[in-house]
Write a protein that binds this ligand. Structure first.
Ligand code: SF4
Ligand code: SF3
Length: 538
């Protein structure tokens, strides 16, 4: 296997024996073959679309397939087998794209041995040139991010053929020997499409569940047994809350589900009682203590311990061998009754060690722009000197303590803008408010990064300056491919001088890094003191 799609990749270069995430060699092979087949589907479907006889469902299928290969989503071979079979079926139902079709359009698998034999010749290392490989990887991982966000929007009924067409265009491009400038152009287009997909998802979430309101979320436990829901899928939460409303159990959010408490549609459920635990990588300890069932709706799933594996459930594109999976039925309806019934037989959650502050979330663009006058006045009076965008992911290495230390060391006249699970490094610090404005403005999940763009654009307009002239510095933490897409989206908006950590992507070659540094002034993070001094002076 060779995988270098996330920040934790071995030695910063690539996982070759087994993923740090727990992905086995075999699963990596299935994922590589699935991505390869999606390229074949894309070639055929794009050609068919030009003739007016494309398959309109192929775009969503490709997005879902790519989402399944995102870090910490799916470890279950049987699910990848199904996706591979479906990819071949969709591809073969499309007309041939010409007489010289690439192998990805015609290759077929007779079973596992074919898949395992094929993988090395179609995976990342099948591209020999280091810079071409780097650009293809950057594009692929950005497309995985788009796919994840697109799938979330589609579940809520919001679709956009331009976005799925771009996903297919990007995939198909990887089968061609394109000139480097064209590949760089596609990477930039990926960032631009990232802005569109984030806007689509924002529209999907707010039209389904209302505009998030600034909300304080309890982190204590109640007396009844509970169901813990994690991941990013709000539709799953809606169905769980509806089905469990009079069942005598409570529902707690975990990880990236925290911002759900801020939506008017979810605030009406009294049994949505609070947030339990923190970011994804603490799950082994936290799920053990929770005592009740845990529902995984999306990433980040960590291979479970036997102590709680029987209490885990997956749905959507997540999967793990031996863990019960809840499939969607007609109309996307999911039956969570088994989970709810199981919860009733469990002990209530054990309080987690240490005292924890209530958490403030729900600072989406509508909530923050409602405070716009206050924010602008605070900047003008000097009460707020600088905003630090610290969005992104959390991760398990010790060096991520940098983000807690950075937040702690920030002067009191600064405000953090965040989204994604990176916030768990500092959202419990009790950093207070400035004239009623929270010092940690949590716009929500990584899915809600669009809010940060809207807020920055509104500030730029209010002050009559460009986005790079604002008193805003970017100190982004990344882990998986959604964060890669968010970074590309920021670059496509012309944001410069982004600091990225805790280390630079292993898939970026020295020559590609040189382009990013020269064009965008991208920097790796260093020490809290040095980065702080630079950002506060900027
Ligand atoms: Fe390694 Fe990350 Fe790939 Fe997992 S997702 S195999 S940790 S690079
Ligand atoms: Fe987190 Fe996985 Fe990226 Fe959604 S849950 S931000 S890491």
């Amino acid at each position: 296997m060779f995988c270098h799609q996330c920040e934790e990749t071995v030695k910063g270069t690539g996982c070759t024996i087994k993923g740090v995430c727990g992905k086995e060699d075999e699963i990596a092979a299935y994922q590589d073959v699935l991505v390869y087949l999606c390229k074949g589907v894309s070639v055929r479907n794009l050609a068919a679309m030009e003739q007016g006889n494309g398959n309109p469902d192929a775009g969503l299928f490709v997005a879902e397939a790519l989402f399944a290969t995102l870090t910490n989503v799916n470890f279950d071979k049987s699910r990848f087998t199904m996706l591979i079979t479906k990819a071949i079926k969709i591809r073969d139902a499309l007309p041939e794209s010409g007489s010289d079709e690439p192998d990805a359009c015609t290759w077929k698998s007779q079973g596992e041995s074919d898949i395992l034999a094929k993988a090395p010749s179609v995976g990342i290392l099948s591209t020999a040139d280091e810079d071409v490989r780097s650009l293809r990887s950057t594009l692929l991982f950005g497309l995985k991010g788009i796919s994840a966000y697109y799938t979330h929007a589609a579940v809520l009924g919001k679709t956009d053929a331009e976005i799925t067409t771009f996903i297919q265009k990007g995939l198909a491009s990887m089968l061609k020997d394109l000139p480097v400038p064209e590949m760089i152009g596609l990477v930039m287009e990926c960032g631009k499409t990232g802005v569109s997909v984030l806007a689509l998802l924002d529209e999907a979430n707010t039209s389904a569940y209302g505009k998030p309101e600034i909300t304080s979320v309890k982190t204590t436990v109640a007396k009844r047994p509970g169901v813990l829901i994690t991941g990013h899928d709000l539709k799953d939460l809606e169905m769980l809350l509806e089905q469990s409303r009079d069942a005598g159990v409570d529902v707690y959010t975990h990880g990236e589900m925290l911002p759900a408490h801020a939506y008017p549609a979810f605030r009406k459920y009294p049994h949505l009682v609070g947030n339990y635990g923190s970011s994804w990588w603490h799950q082994k300890e936290e799920f053990e203590q929770f005592n009740g069932p845990v529902l995984f709706t999306t990433n980040c799933l960590v291979p479970p311990k036997d102590t709680y594996k029987a209490r885990l459930f997956t749905t959507g594109l997540t999967g793990y061998p031996g863990v019960l999976h809840v499939e969607a039925g007609p109309g996307g309806r999911k039956d969570f009754s088994k989970i709810i019934a199981f919860a009733k037989t469990c002990q209530p959650p054990t309080p987690l060690p240490g005292s924890r502050n209530d958490l403030i979330t729900g600072c989406g663009h509508d909530a923050v722009l409602a405070l716009a006058d206050k924010v602008v006045a605070a900047v003008k009076s000097g009460d707020i000197k600088r905003f630090l965008v610290m969005a992104g992911c959390d991760g398990r290495q010790k060096e991520r303590e940098y983000y807690t230390e950075f937040a702690k060391a920030l002067p009191n006249d600064t405000v953090i803008l965040t989204a994604g699970c990176a916030k768990y490094r500092y959202n419990g610090l009790g950093l207070g408010t400035i004239g009623g404005i929270p010092r940690v403005i949590d716009a929500g999940q990584c899915n809600d990064c669009y809010s940060l763009v809207v807020i920055a654009q509104a500030l730029a307009k209010a002050f009559g300056v460009g986005i790079n002239e604002l008193p805003v510095s970017y100190n982004i933490a990344w882990y998986e491919q959604k964060a890669v897409l968010v970074l590309l989206a920021l670059l496509s908006l012309g944001v410069k001088d982004i600091t990225l950590g805790p280390k630079l992507p292993g898939f970026v070659s020295p020559a590609v890094l040189d382009v990013l540094v020269k064009q965008f002034d991208l920097k790796p993070n260093t020490t809290v003191q040095a980065d702080m001094a630079r950002m506060l002076k900027a």
